[in-house]
Design a binder for this molecule. Structure first.
Ligand code: EPZ
Length: 427
C-alpha cells in the first residue's frame, strides 16, 4: 500500500487547478445507461472511483472510450447486454447503486448488489428503493441483491423524501426521465451536483424543472439522445485546498474555484480569520494570522457540507480557542479524530459532537487513512505539524482526489509518495 511522507512547516503559495467533481462525474457516467447514443463527458477527474464506474458500465455492455487518452474526456453509451451490478464492484464503490434507476428505466429490470456499509456509516438505500417503487418498480431483496423489475414502462408519480438524500434524488430523477408522465420529487436534495446532473440530462433531451430547489418536476420522454457535457468543478476539492492555504498560513489561487458552490464553507473560513476572494474563475485564499475557533454543524446543502468536516477538524486543531463540530449527516464520520490526536490534537468526542481545544503545534507521527476525506484531514495536519508525518493507506485518498502530491508540491509542500514496491525491505 502506498504511503505519503510529509514534512510540515511550509506555507503553500501558488496556483492549483481544481478538477472535475467526483460526486457529479460518477452520476453523469451512470446517465450514459439512459441512451444508446454516445454521451461524451469532459473535465472528468482522473481518480480511482471513475475507473471503477467505467468497469461497471463496461460489464453492463456499454462501450466506454477514453477520447482524450488521459482519462479526462470519456464517451459512454451503446446497448445494455447485462442488467446485473455485481457485489465485487458495488461493494468497492457505493455510487454503483446509481445504475439502478437508469437500468430500470431503460431495460425495465435490474439486479444490483446491496452496497453494504462503509467506514463512515451503514448508509442504507431504502429511500432509493421506495422512490423507485413509487414509479412502479417491483423490488425484492434476494441473497444480498436488489431485484427490481417493471412489467412495462415506469410511471411518473409523487416521491416525497423524509430528508434530502443526494443519491436517492439522483436515482429517482434519472429513472423519471424515461417514465410515462410526470414525476415530482418533494424534499429533493439541492446540492450543485444535482443541478449538474439535471443539466446533463436536459442536454440529452430530458424535461426537468426545479433542480437545485426543494421540488423537482420531471416529465418523462420516450428516449434520450447523446450529448456532450463538461463536468462541473469539484467544490469539495476546492474547499479542501482552501483549507490547505489556511492551515499553512499560505496564499493559494484556486483555478475554477467557485465561492457560489461553497457559501457555508467560505463563511466559516472567514469566521476563522481566513481571507477568501473570488475574481472571475479564481478563488484566492490566504491567511497570515493564527486561525480562530468556530462552531460547525454539518447539514444537507446549502448547509455546511459533511464532506468538508474532516478537513476543518484539522484546521481547528491548531486554531486559537475551543471549537465545536457536530456531524448530523453520517453516524460514524469522526474516524480521523484518533489519528489527529496521534499528531497532538486535543479533541473530545461525545456522540455526534467533537470539541476541539486548539493547540499551538502538532507533531509529526505515523498515521493511517480510514476514508477519503479523513485522508486529506491528516495531510492538512501533516502540512503544519513539526517534523515528519507518514500517512499510510493512501488508496483511500486516490479514490477521490487527483494528483494530490503533485498539486501540493508545486506550491511548496514537502510531500512525497512512496509506492509499495519502492519500500526498502529490511535486510
Ligand atoms: C453523497 O452520498 C456523496 N457521495 C457523499 O460524498 C456525501 O457525503 C453525501 O452525498 C451527502 O452530501 C456521492 O455523491 C458519490 P445521502 P449519498 O443519500 O448519496 C442516509 C464523499 O466523501 N440515507 O445524501 O450516499 C445516509 O446513510 C462522499 O465524497 C438513508 O438513511 O448521501 C446518510 O446518513 C461521502 N437512506 C444520509 O442519509 C437512504 O436511502 C445522507 O445520505 C439514503 C441515505
Amino acid at each position: 500500500m502506498d504511503h505519503f511522507i510529509i514534512h510540515g512547516g511550509y506555507p503553500l503559495c501558488g496556483e492549483i487547478v481544481i478538477g472535475g467533481a467526483k460526486n457529479s462525474a460518477l452520476k453523469l457516467l451512470a446517465a450514459g445507461l439512459l441512451t444508446s447514443d454516445q454521451l461524451v463527458l469532459s473535465n472528468v477527474p482522473r481518480i480511482d472511483d471513475i475507473v471503477t464506474m467505467c468497469v461497471l458500465l463496461k460489464q453492463h455492455g456499454l462501450n466506454v472510450t477514453d477520447i482524450s487518452g488521459d482519462g479526462s474526456v470519456l464517451s459512454v453509451g451503446g446497448k445494455i447486454t447485462n442488467t446485473e451490478a455485481p457485489y465485487d464492484i458495488v461493494s468497492k464503490m457505493r455510487a454503483s447503486v446509481l445504475v439502478l434507476g437508469p437500468l430500470l428505466a431503460r431495460c425495465h429490470e435490474a439486479r444490483v448488489s446491496l452496497p453494504g456499509g462503509c467506514a463512515i456509516g451503514t448508509r442504507p438505500i431504502t429511500l432509493h428503493l421506495k422512490g423507485l417503487e413509487t414509479l412502479g418498480a417491483n423490488i425484492t431483496l434476494e441473497n444480498g441483491y436488489i431485484c427490481a423489475s417493471t412489467t412495462s414502462r415506469l410511471k411518473g408519480g409523487e416521491v416525497v423524501f423524509p430528508f434530502a438524500s443526494v443519491g436517492a434524488t439522483e436515482n429517482v430523477m434519472m429513472a423519471a426521465t424515461l417514465a410515462e408522465g410526470r414525476t415530482t420529487i418533494v424534499n429533493a436534495a439541492r446540492e450543485p451536483e444535482i443541478i449538474d446532473l439535471a443539466n446533463c440530462l436536459k442536454n440529452m433531451g430530458a424535461e426537468i424543472k426545479g433542480a437545485g430547489e426543494k421540488t423537482i418536476v420531471i416529465d418523462g420522454v420516450d428516449s434520450l439522445h447523446g450529448a456532450h457535457y463538461r463536468v462541473m468543478p469539484d467544490r469539495i476539492e476546492c474547499g479542501t485546498y482552501a483549507c490547505a492555504a489556511a492551515i499553512t498560513g499560505g496564499d493559494l489561487r484556486l483555478i475554477n474555484g467557485n465561492t457560489d458552490h461553497l457559501a457555508a464553507v467560505v463563511q466559516t473560513l472567514r469566521h476563522c480569520g481566513v481571507e477568501v476572494h473570488q475574481t472571475d474563475n479564481v478563488m484566492r485564499v490566504w491567511c497570515k494570522e493564527r486561525l480562530r475557533s468556530t462552531e460547525i454543524t454539518t447539514e444537507p446543502y446549502p448547509g455546511f457540507p459533511t464532506d468538508m468536516q474532516a478537513q476543518f477538524m484539522a484546521l481547528l486543531s491548531v486554531a486559537e480557542g475551543t471549537s465545536k463540530v457536530t456531524e448530523t449527516v453520517f453516524e460514524n464520520r469522526f474516524m480521523h479524530v484518533p489519528e489527529l490526536v496521534r499528531l497532538g490534537a486535543h479533541i473530545d468526542v461525545q456522540g455526534s459532537l467533537a470539541t476541539i481545544h486548539g493547540v499551538r503545534t502538532l507533531t509529526g507521527a505515523p498515521v493511517k487513512a480510514t476514508d477519503l476525506r479523513a485522508s486529506f484531514s491528516l495531510i492538512l495536519a501533516g502540512l503544519v505539524a513539526h517534523g515528519e508525518t507518514i500517512l499510510d493507506h493512501v488508496h483511500h485518498l486516490d479514490r477521490g482526489y487527483e494528483a494530490v502530491e503533485r498539486k501540493l508540491s508545486a506550491c511548496g509542500a514537502k510531500i512525497e509518495r512512496v509506492q509499495k514496491n519502492q519500500e526498502i525491505k529490511p535486510v
